[in-house]
Design a protein around this ligand. Structure first.
Ligand SMILES: NC(=O)c1ccc[n+]([C@@H]2O[C@H](COP(=O)([O-])OP(=O)(O)OC[C@H]3O[C@@H](n4cnc5c(N)ncnc54)[C@H](OP(=O)(O)O)[C@@H]3O)[C@@H](O)[C@H]2O)c1
Length: 253
């Protein structure tokens, strides 16, 4: 299957995986217009300076009015995007000793409701048109409860669940919703981790895997790297007793 997109919108494009993905699309899909969003306008402008195909459109995903304004501008300037990648996210490790409703609320606002805020207008427009593709960046951390991930993990689990619902309901509508589940990627986000991250990838490797998955076909999940994903999917089907035993071992208890 060969895919062709005229207009691609990447939200969460100012750093890390999103920025690497923009550079990957510029190299691999030179005809496509790339619209890049995040809060940091300077970082987006730096990226836009790399190619006339890249356009910076700063926004905060917690601001529904800003999202509506951005979509209206994209539609006027380029038409409704064919592909939207929702990658905006934050992460703070939260051990149980630092359990904080405020930290959890912040993660839900950006990681989960930020995606929901974008989906509302995008789904309406794409369904009206009868075509479009939306890829939501969740995480393998959404598969099962992981140590210190009490703020982050549930937002990613919720995204996977949401995408499963939408993917099924949208079947036959021409609109595709899919999920991207990366393993550990070396970005400022994971720089907060104080442990050796297994199967750690560079943002460029993650961008290669995401791009290949998006181009390959329409399958629901793009998850990588494969050996790590296999381990975690196996852990996902373990009975609780064995799963908690495994977690205690991982935590060195
Ligand atoms: N790194 C990993 O190991 C890993 C693994 C699995 C999944 N992920 C997911 O991959 C995505 C990208 O993460 P990353 O590792 O590349 O981290 P990153 O380098 O920190 O990038 C996060 C991106 O999200 C944007 N963002 C954050 N809050 C935003 C807001 N309120 N409105 C708009 N944009 C916002 C950031 O831009 P501004 O700060 O400029 O707004 C930045 O562009 C996240 O959803 C993350 O959860 C990462």
């Amino acid at each position: 299957m060969t895919k062709h997109w005229n207009t691609i919108w990447i939200i969460g494009a100012s750093a890390g995986i999103g920025a690497a993905l923009v550079q990957k699309f510029v190299r691999q899909n030179p005809d496509a217009i790339l619209i890049t969003s995040a809060r940091n306008a300077d970082a987006l402008n730096d990226l836009a300076a790399e190619s006339p195909k890249i356009h910076a459109l700063p926004l905060d995903v917690t601001d529904q009015t800003a999202i509506a304004t951005a979509i209206a501008k994209i539609e006027t300037d380029h038409g409704l995007p064919d592909l939207v990648i929702l990658a905006a996210g934050i992460y703070s490790p939260m051990p149980v000793a630092e359990f904080s409703a405020q930290t959890i609320r912040q993660h839900i606002e950006i990681n989960y409701l930020g995606v929901v805020n974008c989906l509302e207008p995008l789904l309406a427009r794409m369904r009206e048109r009868g075509s479009g593709e939306i890829a939501v960046v969740a995480s393998v951390a959404g598969y099962r409860g992981l140590p210190k991930a009490a703020a982050y993990g549930p937002t990613k689990a919720a995204l996977i669940n949401l995408c499963e619902t939408l993917h099924g309901e949208l079947a036959g509508s021409g609109v595709l919703v899919r999920v991207i589940n990366p393993g550990f990627v070396k970005t400022r986000l994971t720089a907060k981790n104080d442990f050796d991250m297994p199967h750690l990838q560079t943002p460029q490797q993650a961008a290669d895997d995401i791009h290949a998955g998006l181009m390959r076909d329409d399958r629901f999940e793009i998850a990588f790297p494969p050996p790590f994903v296999r381990q975690l999917k196996f852990a996902r089907i373990l009975p609780y007793k064995w799963y908690f035993k495994l977690m205690r071992k991982v935590m060195g208890e």
